[in-house]
Design a protein around this ligand. Structure first.
Ligand code: GDP
Length: 186
């Protein structure tokens, strides 16, 4: 089992020609800007600042590779749903991701969803896109500390309505144990 003891930043690239060449299996992390993706990476690897968490949406514009236990890569995809400084990040996301999904090392996609927000059209597009590529996907509801039981049930209902993928996990950076089940799954 991968125990997430060793995690290191490997590289950032927009150019897939520059992706790591060691052919380790890759787990892609996707989600809208501000979903809590950087915080998620830091929490699951038990590092304070492996990924740069920022309250400024849209700051991640590249594919960032993190090597975990020398066994797999976490690949942090650009956050979508935000345009900044004239850069159309959604367009960048779409072109980079079309290329990225051809990559045979890609074994699993984690779709991060903010527990407190409705699914956006972009979330649904992403989910259907991943499904169309026949790559396994898991749903991660972030910021679960902000939810009561009824709100959790609503998240589950919404994801079931999308009709793609079956497994979902609730995580919170305030509760390290909330990552345990997901870690075993990975
Ligand atoms: P990114 O843009 O997806 O990388 O999002 P960040 O990791 O920068 O997080 C966005 C905001 O959500 C920050 O203010 C985080 O502190 C906050 N956040 C992230 N995860 C959690 C969580 O599990 N619980 C709570 N309460 N806040 C969170």
């Amino acid at each position: 089992m991968i125990n997430f003891n060793v995690a290191e930043f490997s590289k950032s690239t927009v150019d897939l020609a520059n992706a790591p060449k060691d052919n380790l299996p890759e787990v892609l992390l996707c989600g809208r800007s501000n979903v809590g993706k950087s915080s998620f990476i830091n929490a699951i690897t038990n590092h304070k600042s492996l990924a740069h968490a920022s309250s400024k949406p849209g700051h991640t514009k590249l594919l960032n590779y993190y090597k975990i236990d020398n066994r797999i890569y976490f690949v942090d995809a650009p956050g979508y749903g935000y345009a900044s400084g004239g850069v159309d990040l959604d367009k960048l996301f779409a072109t980079t991701m079309e290329d990225y999904f051809v990559n045979p090392n890609l074994k699993l996609v984690l779709v991060l969803l903010d527990s407190r927000r409705e699914l956006s059209n972009e979330d649904i597009e992403l989910i259907n896109f991943v499904d169309s590529k026949h790559i396994p996907l898991l749903f991660i509801f972030t910021k679960a500390d902000k939810l009561n039981q009824k709100e959790k049930a609503a998240c589950i209902k919404h994801i079931k309505e999308v009709g793609v993928g079956e497994e979902y996990y609730f995580t919170s950076i305030l509760t390290p144990q909330s990552f345990d089940k997901l870690k075993s799954k990975i």
